[in-house]
Ligand binder design. Sequence first.
Ligand code: FAD
Length: 318
Amino acid sequence: MTIPELITRNNGHPRISFELLPPVKGSSISTIFSMLDQLMAFQPPFINITYHREEISYVKQADGSLKPSVVRKRPGTVGIAAAIQARYKVDVVPHIICGGFSSQDTEDALIDLDFLGIRNLLVVRGDADKITGRFNPNPQGHRYASGLIDQIMNMNRGIYHDQCIENPSRTNFSIGVAGYPEKHPESPNAEEDLFYLKQKVDKGAEYIVSQMFYDNEVFFNFVKRCRDAGIQVPIIPGLKPLSIREHFHLLPRTFHLTIPPALVKEVNQCKDNKMVRELGIEWTVQQIKELRDAGHPFVHLYTMGKVDNIVKISEKVL
Ligand code: FAD
């Protein structure tokens, strides 16, 4: 079933989907299973698995110098998605990114996913380089998520990157994309960002998952702007509970989002990060309740690799 079909069938009941990260290279898949063993109690409608491009690490040499080394720290998205689907019989949504992929690499990954019976994809560009702050596309790949959408929609029509295929079969992928209630950090303004979000929908995206936000008014305003711009697809609110005081600086800097004054005030009253984590749980619970009352029963929670707070939130709202 596609995600929009799941939303329609759900008939307004509160549901929470979860986003998981593949474990760091060298870790066992049991780290993912132990998280899901806890999360499946809440009957998530689907589970997202992020994709991570290669990064440059600096390895210390015997003489003390640092040697750059290119590594993919969290490989395994396709394998994990298939393993979760087989073990828990739940719909999975692997993320597909432009960064680090040529169109040919993407085509091969999509063929794997099609053979595995995985239909739902979240299509994103991928993060910019942490050091330069710039996104470097693969020279034979896509610069924007919209190019990746074109490629996937072409495969759905039986048009492959590899033009030598005889009688190509059509895939049946359903595409979700990212949307930014407070605009994407690299976009010059909200209108421009919305223009390109609409372009992704017009090219074939069937729903939007929002970047995290801490003030529901920001999300409501975003939904209204989308609707006014003619974007009619479902928009799923994405939430990440605040869990450490440092998020105050990290989240606005990294994701260009605002922490509302009321939350700042409450965090400032916390004595330690344990209290911040509890506050983050309560804040997210209130956000989810308000979103539900405003007609958004589907909520997507970013786990960032830890689920104790996610479990507590789910217990309180489902
Ligand atoms: P795009 O839609 O390509 O937009 C990027 C920027 O370019 C925006 O400023 C946009 O306004 C502008 N733009 C878009 N199209 C054009 C165009 N044709 N011409 C000019 N400008 C254009 N990152 C990962 O690495 N792995 C993940 O698994 C992952 N999952 C995510 C899931 C969600 C729900 C979200 C919200 C983000 C996720 N990210 C992930 C982060 C994401 O990769 C970054 O936010 C990235 O910087 C932008 O991705 P995008 O798909 O929104 O980009």
